[in-house]
Structures are given as structure tokens and as C-alpha cells.
Design a protein around this ligand. Structure first.
Ligand code: SAM
Length: 441
């Protein structure tokens, strides 16, 4: 298990941040660490695979590549899969599933391709394990086999993560449109508050004034405290044959020793002065965020409050970083003093009902959104001079709505939705020019 090829898929736009993160965790460079489209390829050992699962905040999964080769037909895929010694990775008593992704594959049916790979795995077991073969379980498999097809080549992987890594294990209370934890971490890296290559965080205060269930601020607080991203969950590699519980316990112990609280995260670590802040107009969301923060072991490192982003004053004296994914018409409307049809009740009865019905935002929500963003920019100019504001949005018109010009634009994909993280440097409103002196007779 010393020479594994690992592939860590990630959201589009995150590849270089993930390469930095893997470098920070492994020290690897050059050919051993390649940033590719849609993920990062790393050469390492079993221990590195475990550390990446435990610590990575940006990877969606950690896959071990077991075979790659050219293909033209489903039969070629069968042959490629039949040549993998699956019996070294799991037993015929475990249940598995096969997932397949493809880009420009010439094959007519990807379902049939998936079926042939599944047959090859099962047939190989039947031949090797005295007639025993593992069964399929698409809902709760012990083992996931992943195939990726390009126009000419196929890759076969075994998944070591299980549940995708954005599921950190602490979220039980969700908002209406929670960010994935991996995307929140990508925002923290893209705005520079977190430097994944050096595993350090900025001394600047961080404030999310539309924090919802708290994803951004909880990720930030875990980084500040040095808590491992996956300290509260299990991983698929714990069920694979090469699993070494002693080595894994040593890695977990090392991770919990590196931070002021246990990796189990039940005891909140104390920090000298809170510099991570979140607030939301919906008190239900603040309640969710507080409960999530407690489960994530960071409640004492955060300050969470209710309140309208259009009215809240800076939470601390020195300027810092505002980082948010603001309410956006079609998903979740602005509420509060500039909210759709007068605020929270409208937000609850309008937006949520619409979300349940799967409908789009009506025109008055879009107008209320314009009003919300114009007032937000005016409020920031009056009270947040010296702060930088970073907003994640799929809305290309957001700078116009804010009447601000962005100084940076980082493309980030939220699943299939293309978003941008926009930076606005907030300067104080210009004082009106002094009145001309009164004319003397
Ligand atoms: C897209 S969600 C943010 C989700 C959040 N990042 C999370 O992970 O849960 C937008 C949030 O803005 C909040 N919001 C809407 N209008 C607001 C206002 N005027 N002031 C503060 N928060 C507001 C909503 O309650 C919602 O939680």
C-alpha cells in the first residue's frame, strides 16, 4: 500500500486550492501532485489516503485508482475490470455498487457499461472465492466502485470515503438553501482568509451577515481551532480489507492532539477573543447555526446573532472580511426591512411555499432584491469602511444591483450552477463637497 495513485474529485474552480491543500497536508509537489480538470491526482500511501479523508475540506472524495486503459466497447470495460484483484480490497460478503461518469464516451448505453463492470467484479469473485460473489446494494453499499470514461480511455477506482466528504458529521439542522461545506471552504480559500498550502488562517475578523445554518462560519471556526474536517464521521476505507485500525487510531490521535479540543468535537474549545461572527434575519436559522456550531465543537469560537444585514453594525472594532452567499431571488428571497412584500412573514409564506412548489421568483421579489442590494451597499459604505466584502452568487447582475464595481472575480461551481465569488473593497461614502462661502456684499 505504499504506491497508490489517488484521485480527489472537487467542484469546478476548486482544483488549484485543493492542490494547495493536498500540498499542505503531504508536502508533495511536481509529478506526485497534479491539478487536473475536476480534481487532483496524488501519489501516496495508505496513511496519506487516510489523512486526506480526515483533513481535506475541499475534496469531494478520495478515490484509489486500480486500473486504467483504452476501450472501445463494453467488452473492453469488462476485461479491464476483470483484471483488477478486487478480492484484495473487499470480501464477497460485502455489498457493492458501481457508479460511472463519462465525458464524450462513444458507448451507446452507460447503464449497460455499468452493468458489464459490475458483472466483471462479481465474476472475478466467483472464480476466486469458491463460487461466492458479493451482492449489489445501491442504497447502502459497503463498497463503491467508480468508473470514469473519456472518449478513448477508462479509469477504475475504489472509493475510500463512502458518504461524500462535504458531509462532515455535524450538520443536523439545515437551512432552506445551505451551502455545501466543501464550497464554504473553497470560499474561505478563494478570499484568502484560509491559506490551505500553509494550513494557516488570517488574523482578520470574519463576518457572514446572512449566515443561515452557519456553514461558512463553522468551517472557518474549525480551521481556526485546527479541528479535522472529518473528525466526526466514518469512512469507507474502514471497511476495506487493507484497513489497519492501529495506524488509523494513531492518525486520529495525532489530529486531535494538534488542536485544543478532541476530534470528537463534543467539548467546545475556548479561544481568547472571538473573531468569527454570523448573523441572520431569521431567528430559526440562527438557532440552527448555534446547534450546528455546538455539534461541530466550535460554539465558543463563534458569535451568532439574529438581525437584519441592512441594520447590523460591524461586530468588532477593526475592519475585516465579509463573506456570504446572499439571498438570491429564485432560491431564497431577501427578508427584513427591504424584504419581499414587507419582510419575514412574506419570506416565510412566499419563498418557502414557492420552493415547495418548485416555482421561480416573481418580479416583485426581484425588485425587492434590487432594493435589498442597493440598501446593503449603502449600509456597508456608511458603516463598514475598510472591510472587504466577498459575495458568492450565480447572478451576473449583482455588481449592478449593489452599484459597486468588483475588484476580483473567482469562478466557482455550485454543483451544476456557475457562480462567481466577487470581491468589493468598501470605502467610506464621500463627504459632500463643502458649500461655497457665502458671497460678501
Ligand atoms: C442563501 S442563504 C445562506 C445560506 C447559508 N450560507 C448556509 O449555509 O446555510 C441566505 C440567507 O440570508 C438570510 N437573509 C435574507 N434576508 C436577510 C436580511 N435582510 N438580513 C440578514 N439575513 C437575511 C436568509 O434567512 C438565509 O438564511
Amino acid at each position: 500500500m505504499n504506491a497508490l495513485t489517488l484521485f480527489l474529485p472537487c467542484a469546478g474552480g476548486v482544483e488549484d486550492f485543493l492542490a494547495d491543500e493536498v500540498h499542505g497536508l503531504s508536502g508533495l509537489v511536481g509529478e506526485d501532485l497534479l491539478s487536473l480538470r475536476g480534481g487532483v491526482r496524488v501519489r501516496g500511501d495508505w496513511a496519506l489516503m487516510q489523512r486526506l479523508n480526515l483533513h481535506s475540506r475541499l475534496a469531494q472524495r478520495v478515490l484509489i485508482e486500480l486500473a486504467h486503459g483504452p476501450y472501445q466497447s463494453e467488452q473492453d470495460l469488462y476485461a479491464l475490470a476483470a483484471g483488477v484483484p478486487w478480492e484484495q480490497w473487499f470480501t464477497p460478503r460485502q455489498r457493492f455498487r458501481v457508479d460511472l461518469t463519462a465525458q464524450a464516451s462513444p458507448l451507446k448505453s452507460l447503464n449497460f457499461a455499468t452493468l458489464r463492470i459490475k458483472d466483471a467484479v462479481a465474476d472475478r469473485f466467483r472464480a476466486q472465492a469458491g463460487g461466492l460473489r458479493p451482492s449489489i446494494d445501491t442504497q447502502r453499499p459497503d463498497v463503491r466502485v467508480q468508473a470514469h470514461l473519456t472518449a478513448t480511455h477508462a479509469q477504475l477506482y475504489i472509493d475510500t470515503s463512502g458518504e461524500p466528504l462535504f458531509k462532515r458529521g455535524w450538520r443536523q439542522d439545515k437551512g432552506d438553501a445551505p451551502l455545501k461545506e466543501t464550497l464554504a471552504a473553497a470560499m474561505l480559500a478563494a478570499c484568502g482568509w484560509w491559506q490551505p498550502a500553509t494550513r494557516s488562517v488570517s488574523p482578520l475578523p470574519l463576518y457572514d451577515p446572512c449566515c443561515g445554518s452557519g456553514t461558512i462560519v463553522i468551517e472557518a471556526a474549525q480551521l481556526l481551532l485546527g479541528l479535522p474536517a472529518g473528525g466526526q464521521r466514518r469512512f469507507a476505507f474502514e471497511q476495506l480489507r487493507p484497513h489497519d485500525p492501529v495506524g488509523w487510531n494513531a492518525i486520529k490521535t495525532e489530529a486531535s492532539g494538534a488542536c485544543p479540543t478532541s476530534a470528537g468535537g463534543q467539548n467546545d474549545a475556548q479561544t481568547p477573543a472571538v473573531r468569527i461572527f454570523g448573523s441572520d434575519v431569521a431567528h430559526r436559522m440562527v438557532d440552527f447555526a448555534q446547534r450546528n456550531a455546538r455539534r461541530a465543537g466550535v460554539a465558543a469560537a463563534l458569535q451568532l446573532r439574529g438581525g437584519d444585514a441592512l441594520q447590523r453594525l460591524p461586530p468588532c472594532a477593526e475592519p475585516g472580511v465579509l463573506l456570504l452567499n446572499p439571498p438570491y431571488g429564485e432560491r431564497i428571497a431577501a427578508a427584513g426591512v427591504a424584504g419581499a412584500r414587507g419582510g419575514r412573514e412574506a419570506f416565510q409564506s412566499g419563498t418557502l411555499a414557492r420552493q415547495r412548489a418548485g416555482g421561480a421568483a416573481p418580479a416583485d421579489d426581484v425588485n425587492a432584491g434590487d432594493e435589498f442590494f442597493a440598501r446593503l451597499a449603502a449600509h456597508w459604505k456608511s458603516h463598514y469602511a475598510g472591510w472587504s466584502a466577498w459575495l458568492l452568487t450565480p447572478d451576473s447582475k449583482l455588481p449592478g444591483r449593489l452599484r459597486l464595481k468588483e475588484s476580483r472575480r473567482v469562478p466557482l461551481w455550485n454543483g451544476p450552477i456557475e457562480c462567481r465569488l466577487l470581491r468589493f473593497d468598501l470605502t467610506a461614502r464621500r463627504a459632500p463637497p463643502p458649500a461655497p462661502p457665502a458671497a460678501t456684499p
